[in-house]
Design a protein. Structure first.
Lengths: 216, 295
């Protein structure tokens, strides 16, 4: 993989430079040749920027770690299956059964009234889909028994899809409300908006890096 | 495009205001009682009826009575609602108890009997019963930032603590509390007061909507509601959330606040209220779709 090879070269250069400078006193490190790296697509994963609880009793319980992980897993599945996959494969989204409740799925089916608000439709094969931002601010609602019954995820999900000379950045933002269902946490309701920004694709993603030796 | 499919209760405004008719000194209580076991789902076209009770129970009072009775009918498809205010002294048949003042039903059999009494009297299928006492009432009003109310006439009453001149004014929790308690400033006493309670429900709805109906805000408002209150009857957090969304989706301009036509009289030594001419047709107009077309 070119990117990895380049990274190894850079690391090797750094190590070499460091080794040279460590024992060489004032001897200058040899100039480093420019190296070229390519940017690998970041993994599709939604992360939490905050997780708090609104409670119908005092004191509010903490936001459980395992709940946070389950909710983020559902959001990540949504990002992957509902947004990225149709762009990458030019096929309709699949695998949403474990993401949405049955009621929500009914409205998100092809031709459903809310589909455009949440689901990406197949486009000419995008080639690459890069997640720019995938964050969620989580707020749970706990009842008077202290049990958390709902979670709202205020999300910012932005991806850039590139195909040859064209590029589109798709930003889906808003609220996804999750409820317990089928042993997990699924999206039951939503208030989302979508923004698309098209622009020519940039020059192929190469960067030039000049390695610098650390001085001790 | 923004969409919400999980509509969901005049509930917040209702609970914040319903039943504020007597000064409670004990623990604040809000009971949400689901009359049947059916799970609420948004059903466009199908009206939903919620009964809101204010119970005067407090330490030193042996038997609770429902001194504020409001039936909220919501029509999700029309985006409309009606608040039907029932005077507490209305003389009605109570299932299994003969005839009595309508607020005695709660004393006899709690929320269930009160609901059955209302269902028999008005003819609506009450889906939920929300019962409040209100030690926390002023605090909850304060926590939503107060409400704006129109004072219909001079209100200066030492019993309730009201001291208002006519006009629109911003009210804090304590002032609102006095407003909904005052019956001595009005010729028709509790008949007028129950209408004022309905007006507070509308004002609270307006206030909440002005802050933006988002999932986060609804969570916050349910938290305000729940803290310091007691909710029983099986309504889940999801039920409450959906009810809240439904109610908050309705423009206050499309909510009618109507007091049951009534006149006063006596049964023995008791001063009571009788349904007046027009009450039956009002109920019929109300129960078919929760929207008043002929009144």
């Amino acid at each position: 993989m070119p990117a990895r090879r380049s990274a190894v070269l850079v690391a090797a250069a750094l190590i070499t430079a460091s080794a040279c400078s460590s024992g060489g006193g004032k001897k200058a490190a040899p100039p480093r040749p420019p190296t070229t790296t390519t940017t690998a697509a970041a993994p599709l994963k939604v992360t939490a920027s905050a997780a708090t609880v609104d409670s119908m009793r005092d004191p509010a319980p903490p936001f459980p770690d395992d709940l946070r992980d389950q909710v983020l897993a559902t959001l990540t599945s949504y990002l992957s299956a509902g947004i990225a996959a149709p762009l990458r494969t030019a096929q309709p989204s699949a695998g949403l059964d474990g993401v949405f409740t049955a009621d929500a799925l009914a409205r998100l089916a092809p031709g459903g009234p809310d589909r455009a608000a949440l689901i990406e439709e197949p486009a000419p094969v995008a080639g690459t889909v890069h997640p720019d931002t995938a964050t969620a601010t989580l707020v749970a609602l706990a009842g008077q028994n202290g049990e958390i019954g709902m979670v709202n995820a205020n999300v910012t999900l932005t991806v850039t899809a590139t195909n040859g000379g064209s590029r589109v950045q798709i930003a889906r933002t808003g609220d996804l409300v999750l409820v317990p269902a089928a042993g997990g946490w699924r999206i039951d309701s939503y208030d989302m908006s979508t923004k698309r920004d098209t622009a020519p694709a940039p020059v192929p993603s190469t960067t030039t890096t000049t390695a610098k030796a650390k001085k001790k | 495009m923004k969409r919400w499919f999980a509509a969901a209760g005049l509930f917040l405004a209702v609970v914040l205001t319903g039943g504020a008719v007597a000064l409670a000194q004990g623990q604040p209580v809000v009971e949400v009682h689901r009359v049947d076991e059916g799970h609420f789902t948004a059903a466009p076209g199908a009206p939903i009826f919620i009964m809101v009770l204010g119970v005067d129970g407090r330490p030193g009072i042996d038997s609770d009575r429902a001194d504020a009775i409001h039936i909220i009918g919501v029509n999700p498809a029309a985006g409309s609602a009606t608040i039907l205010d029932i005077p507490r002294d209305t003389w009605v048949p109570i299932p299994g108890r003969g005839s009595s003042k309508i607020n005695d039903a709660y004393t006899f059999g709690g929320a269930d009997l009160q609901a059955r009494t209302i269902q028999q009297f008005v003819g609506v299928d009450v889906r939920y019963v929300i019962t409040t006492t209100f030690a926390s009432f002023p605090r909850m009003v304060d926590e939503i930032g107060g409400i704006s109310l129109n004072i219909p006439q001079p209100m200066h009453d030492k019993f309730s603590g009201s001291n208002f001149d006519p006009g629109t004014r911003q009210m804090n929790g304590g002032e609102t509390f006095a407003f909904v308690r005052d019956r001595h400033s009005f010729n028709d006493g509790d008949i007028d007061r129950t209408g004022n309670q309905g007006a507070v429900i509308l004002a609270a709805l307006t206030r909440l909507r002005s802050q933006g109906v988002t999932a986060s805000n609804v969570f916050k408002w349910l938290g305000i509601l729940g803290r310091g209150t007691k909710i029983t009857g099986g309504a889940t957090v999801i039920d409450l959330y959906r009810l809240g969304r439904l109610g908050l989706s309705i423009d206050p301009a499309k909510v009618r606040n109507v007091v049951m036509p009534a006149g006063t009289g006596n049964v023995g030594a008791a001063s009571v209220v009788f349904p007046a001419a027009g009450a039956a047709s009002l109920f019929a107009d109300f129960k078919d779709d929760a929207v008043l077309q002929a009144h």
